[in-house]
Design a protein around this ligand. Structure first.
Ligand code: ATP
Ligand code: MG
Length: 501
């Protein structure tokens, strides 16, 4: 098999030395490496050759008849920036050669110590190193182009929160008064005055905890009061966060649309509630009192209307619960309450439905009473939604509810032996209006808001929510609440101490 020749350009004006180098390369070639050498005695000749032919490596003296010192290297490197250059020098500690290396030369060789073997090795290493550098540069260039083209503002900080790089969107959107100013090397507070003050805290948190921190904060974006979504992503090196990438995005419009939609849903549901209550009550009374006087067909029609009205009522309740969540944490009144008691109450409410379906309801409590500070309406809603889902999607078997204290948290679960949730649907389970499965009973079709509400309520309790599900086997939703017996409350009543058990 023919090996590829390594094309070497030797730039050297001392003829005897040039011949020696040629001989070294020939000898190295005889031992397996195939070098093909060309030579130039002046810089002008070298530049001319480089214009016509690509070389794999350039070996060059810095002092030539028509050029001296760094100037020589700069000219050669400028003509062939991707070709590695190894300098040939007569001095042991050559300051000029060292400076050239800082500017991109691969190596320098002391002329008197060169032999065929060391020359071949230096050439191969220089080519290899240069190849890596060139591909790194190309890949950096690609990412740089991509980052520069993004509309999101991106800025990278080191551990001391000094800017390593910032993209044009960062400068134009967040520093519109001074978009051309160089920000590299400057510290976060002085550079990103446009970012919310909280950004510094978020970055430090991302660095210390080694995880992505996100927040939505008001700020000025392109001279306009806006809402920003800020993401602080720690970059690990050898497992330790060394840098943090901040990505900021203007989400004002999305927020406005969400607000409009929520206001609309809240208004419509309030307006629908009262007429619907009287419709449901009216049909219910006719069915109960006048039931005997109705024909079978009339009864059937009224029963369908009654069920639909009840379903509508459930939908409206969910929409109203959503607007309750939207109105912020002030609507949550946290008091010391027994989680086991709340689970029991929810189970009582679902017992008739479970009985008619022949589903066994099981309880597993680690103690008769497990108390923490919580919003009773909220946590009741959590149990109700999870139990309602479990019964809705379970045709046979059982539903088990568990409450246990685990260290400083209370862990609860609702486990069923129902249809399960396919893996591909699990990531978006907690988003609004997501429905996948078919309920056991057709008239139990929901709105797809239940789990979103559960997640939001738990978030406001500093709780967690997780799902594990196997299609055909069953589903377990597990949530945790912090065990807090007395919380620091900053309200009209003043401060109370914080105590955890
Ligand atoms: N225990 C479960 N078993 C199987 N699928 C489930 C279970 N819980 C939730 N799901 C799936 O997740 C979807 C979303 O649940 P979610 O509670 O948010 O909405 P929903 O029950 O359909 O309606 P809503 O609760 O608003 O009346 C359900 O439609 C169903 O596909
Ligand atoms: Mg539900």
């Amino acid at each position: 098999m023919e090996t590829l020749k390594i094309k070497v350009l030797i730039i050297e004006d001392e003829k005897p030395y040039l011949r020696l180098m040629d001989a070294f390369l020939a000898e190295a070639s005889a031992h397996g490496r195939d070098f093909e050498a060309a030579s130039a005695e002046t810089l002008a000749q070298a530049l001319e050759l480089l214009k016509k032919t690509p070389f794999d490596i350039i070996l060059s003296d810095l002092f030539l008849p028509d050029s001296a010192g760094l100037e020589t290297f700069t000219a050669i490197h400028g003509r062939a920036p991707d070709t590695p250059v190894v300098l040939l020098t007569g001095l042991e500690n050559d300051a000029v050669a060292e400076e050239a290396m800082r500017r991109g030369a691969q190596d320098y060789l002391l002329k008197k110590t060169i032999n065929p073997e060391s020359l071949a090795r230096a050439i191969m290493y220089a080519i290899e190193r240069n190849g890596i550098e060139v591909s790194l540069r190309a890949s950096e260039e690609r990412y740089r182009t991509l980052i520069d083209a993004l509309d999101d503002a991106i800025v990278v900080f080191d551990q001391e929160l000094r800017v390593i790089m910032a993209n044009p969107a960062f400068k134009t959107a967040l520093r519109p008064e001074d978009p051309r100013a160089e920000v590299t090397g400057r510290k976060l507070p002085e550079v990103v005055s446009a970012l919310p003050e909280k950004c510094e805290k978020l970055c430090l948190q991302a660095l210390s905890e080694g995880r992505i921190i996100t927040a939505e904060e008001p700020s000025v974006w392109n001279n306009r009061q806006s809402v920003l979504e800020i993401k602080c992503v720690p970059v690990l090196a050898a497992g330790i966060p060394r840098r943090v990438v901040v990505v900021a995005r203007d989400i004002t419009e999305r927020k406005q649309v969400e607000q409009l939609r929520d206001d609309f849903a809240s208004l419509v549901s309030h307006e629908l509630r009262s007429p619907l209550t009287s419709i449901t009550a009216g049909i219910g009374m006719v069915l109960e009192d006048g039931g005997r006087r109705l024909t079978e067909e009339e009864k059937m029609l009224l029963t369908v209307s009654y069920k639909d009205a009840q379903r509508l009522d459930r939908i409206i309740s969910k929409l109203l619960e959503m607007s309750r969540l939207k109105s912020g944490p002030s609507r949550f009144k946290k008091t010391l309450a027994d989680v086991v008691g709340l689970a029991d109450e929810a189970i009582e409410r679902f017992t008739p439905r479970a009985k008619t379906r022949n589903i066994e309801l099981k309880r597993r409590y680690s103690a008769a009473k497990i108390e923490t500070l919580l919003d009773t309406d909220g946590i009741t809603e959590v149990f109700t939604n999870l139990l309602s889902n479990a019964l809705k999607f379970t045709a046979k078997g059982s539903v088990e509810i568990g409450v246990a204290q685990q260290g400083d948290r209370i862990e609860c679960y609702v486990k069923d032996t129902g249809a399960g949730i396919p893996k591909e649907n699990q990531p978006c389970l907690f988003q609004k209006f997501m429905r996948f499965g078919k309920p056991v009973a057709e008239d139990e079709k929901g709105t797809g808001l239940g789990l979103f509400i559960v997640k939001e309520i738990l978030r406001r309790h500093n709780g967690t929510l997780a799902v594990s599900s196997e299609p055909g086997i069953g589903t377990t939703f597990t949530f945790t609440l912090p065990k807090i017996l007395c919380e620091e409350v900053q309200d009209a009543g003043g401060k109370q101490e914080t105590k955890r058990q």
